[in-house]
Design a protein around this ligand. Structure first.
Ligand code: MEV
Length: 437
């Protein structure tokens, strides 16, 4: 529309229903969709949940927050995030504001190509087996494509066949057949698995071997999404630190993750903090993306940072993140879960590629927020407010008492269950006035 602006100033100070109104004004979601985002309207009816997994007895709620300020390839985006951890939505929004000062995120993605694997063993001659498979390539691709009408309808399908030979393994040699599948707007797991199962008997006949596993690979390294962010030093000035000083600290934080797997694991967890909540909000398989992203971070033989941060010639901070991102906007939970549908509509994404591009930007934003905090005041300051509220609620505070008890604990820098309980019980006694200061 061009008039949408994700820079919603003061959004965090509003009540949940006021925020929802602003979200409605941004996107024009209808009343029913807004209610679904809010968690009302029986957002996931039990009968539907009962069809999604086995042994269902109920549904489970998590907070859905909206990350603001995202400008991605020139488009303003409000990013729905479902997550239990405080500071993630605030951190992503804050970092997106910093990146906005540098022109917003630039994002791109590859063709949505996934890999299905068929394991062949007991081969008399692996060389002859490889030749036979390649000779029958067109026939095998046609067989795979006949299996998945839905992918073909989307314009996708099996595109290629490759082989990889392992001369030894704990059980002996094996030949692995890779079926390369264009998944278009589907995540593709079901279609790929079915295709692998369909071509496996034919592969056995062609090669004289025996097929065991027939399953997709979650190392979807041909389905990558990439984000780039530029932050001018002036945007990073804070608390008496110059932008250059903050950049220096961020580059040391990045360097730590680049060389040390113990740090890289936590650094990458901070990246996934931005990605998983979008995957959950849109009904996508976040375990698949997690597995692929971490494996990709080890592709050079040692586990390292998923992101890269550097300073450009003009002194700006520049970050890039490239990870495998196998997501879908059709099929599975994406289709069945009403909140996922509303979240996708809010995002305004028309393709799975566009969703992957939003996810990778949210990951880079989370990474920037964490590094900036870690390299300056530390991570705890930002966490304190919400953490204090959680402790207050766990101690039994409800309504306005939550805010009062949390506020007092933050002031005292003493955020502990015992203190929350003491403050709470003091509320009923005349001797201590809480929240008066
Ligand atoms: C906490 O959820 C994430 C961080 O640990 C990430 C990081 O250390 O970079 C703050």
């Amino acid at each position: 529309m061009g008039t949408k602006n994700s820079r919603l100033q003061g959004f965090y100070q509003l009540s949940p229903s006021e925020r929802l109104q602003m979200v409605g004004a941004f996107d024009g979601l209808n009343e029913e969709e807004l209610l679904t985002l809010q968690g009302g309207n029986g957002s996931l009816p039990l009968e539907r949940a009962d069809k999604m997994i086995e042994n269902v007895v109920g549904t489970f709620n998590l907070p859905l927050g909206i990350a603001t300020n995202f400008l991605i390839n020139g488009r303003d985006v409000l990013v729905p995030m479902v997550v239990e951890e405080p500071s993630i939505v605030a951190g992503a929004s804050y970092a997106a504001r910093l990146v906005r000062a540098g022109g917003g995120f630039q994002a791109s993605s590859t063709e949505p190509l996934m890999i299905g694997q068929v394991q062949l063993v007991d081969l008399a001659s692996p060389e002859r087996a490889v030749l036979a498979i390649l000779e029958h390539k067109d026939e095998l691709l046609a067989l795979a494509n006949a299996q998945s009408a839905s992918l073909s309808r989307l314009g996708g399908g099996a595109r290629d066949i490759e082989t990889r030979y392992f001369a030894s393994s704990p059980m002996g040699p094996m030949l692995i057949v890779h079926l390369i599948v264009d998944c278009r707007d589907a995540m593709g797991a079901n279609a790929i698995n079915s295709m692998c199962e369909t071509i496996a008997p034919r592969l056995e006949t062609i090669t004289g071997g025996r097929a065991y596993l027939r399953i997709l690979s979650n190392l979807s390294d041909r389905r990558l999404a990439c984000a780039r962010a530029v932050v001018p030093p002036a945007a990073l000035e804070r608390d008496g630190l110059s932008g250059e000083e903050v950049i220096e600290g961020i580059l040391w934080a990045y360097s730590f993750a680049a060389v040390d797997p113990y740090r890289a694991t936590t650094h990458n967890k901070g990246i996934m903090n931005g990605i998983d909540p979008v995957l959950i909000a849109t009904g996508n398989d976040w375990r698949a993306v997690e597995a692929g992203a971490h494996a990709y971070a080890s592709r050079d033989g040692h586990y390292t940072s998923m992101s890269v941060w550097e300073r450009d010639a003009a002194g700006n901070l520049v970050g890039t993140l490239e990870i495998p991102l196998a997501v879908g906007i059709v099929g599975g939970a994406t289709k069945v879960h009403p909140t996922a549908q509303a979240a996708l509509k809010l995002l305004g994404v028309k393709t799975a590629n566009e969703l992957a591009e939003v996810c990778v930007c949210a990951g880079l934003a989370s990474n920037l927020a964490a590094m900036r905090a870690l390299a300056t005041e530390g991570i705890q300051r930002g966490h304190m407010g919400l953490h204090a509220r959680q402790i207050a609620m766990a101690a039994g505070a409800t309504g306005p008492l939550v805010e009062q008890v949390a506020h007092r604990m933050v002031q005292e820098r003493n955020i502990k269950p015992a203190r929350a309980e003491a403050l709470l019980s003091a509320l009923y006694g005349p001797e201590l006035e809480i929240g008066a200061s």
